[in-house]
Design a protein around this ligand. Structure first.
Ligand code: S3P
Length: 194
């Protein structure tokens, strides 16, 4: 299997899309794109401000336009916002020439990883856990339907998730890399047989 033109990461808030996406891009030699961060850069304002002034609908419009633009690029790993699957018109954009990866994460992990966050407007209320549960019920079937790969991230380091993903996306890459690394070690230790 050759490398896909694009890897698209979907999943809920706190799944680790940005951290894992950045590391995965490095591993594949791809460019990392983070839809939310680019929206903020273009807008010159952060997401809470956009939600405040333009409402969630305004943000979703910006998100669709951004996905349309960013899915034109090749050789990229694209981290999407947790709600990117909510608009049906985004689905063909997310799937276009891409391997879609669902970073699946338990509610407990999502709560833990988003606990101190102030940049996620949907969670700034008395019961963020209830919101995460409600969103999970609605969105999990959408993430699952869109995904080519479902990767569980609970109790795994980002490094392990990335290693497992590289294996799933292109099984040949890590074996060759591992072999080259091993040969390097053997050579350094004077144990090379070649
Ligand atoms: C949202 C998730 C956020 C961001 C916005 C809305 C959502 O992205 O797009 O706050 O609807 O789940 P992350 O998933 O990167 O936190």
């Amino acid at each position: 299997m050759s490398l896909p033109k694009r890897v698209v990461l979907v999943g809920p808030m706190g799944a680790g899309k940005s951290t894992i996406g950045r590391m995965l891009a490095k591993e594949l030699g791809y460019r990392f794109l983070d839809s939310d961060r680019i929206i903020e850069e273009r807008c010159g304002a952060n997401i809470p401000w956009i939600f405040d002034v333009e409402g969630e609908d305004g943000f979703r419009q910006r998100e669709t336009a951004m996905l349309d633009e960013l899915t034109g690029e090749q050789g990229t790993v694209l981290a999407t916002g947790g709600g990117a699957v909510m608009r049906p018109e985004n689905h063909p954009l997310l799937k276009k020439n891409a391997v879609v990866v669902y970073l699946k994460t338990s509610i407990e992990q999502q709560v833990e990883r988003t606990r101190k966050d102030r940049n996620r407007p949907l969670l700034q209320n008395d019961d963020p856990e209830a919101v995460l549960r409600r969103l999970f019920d609605i969105r999990d079937p959408l993430y699952t339907r869109l995904a080519d790969i479902v990767m569980y991230t609970d109790r795994k380091s980002p490094r392990l998730v990335v290693r497992q993903l590289v294996n799933r996306i292109n099984p040949r890459t890590p074996r060759h890399k591992r072999q080259r690394r091993k040969e390097g070690r053997d050579y350094a230790q004077g144990t090379s047989r070649t």
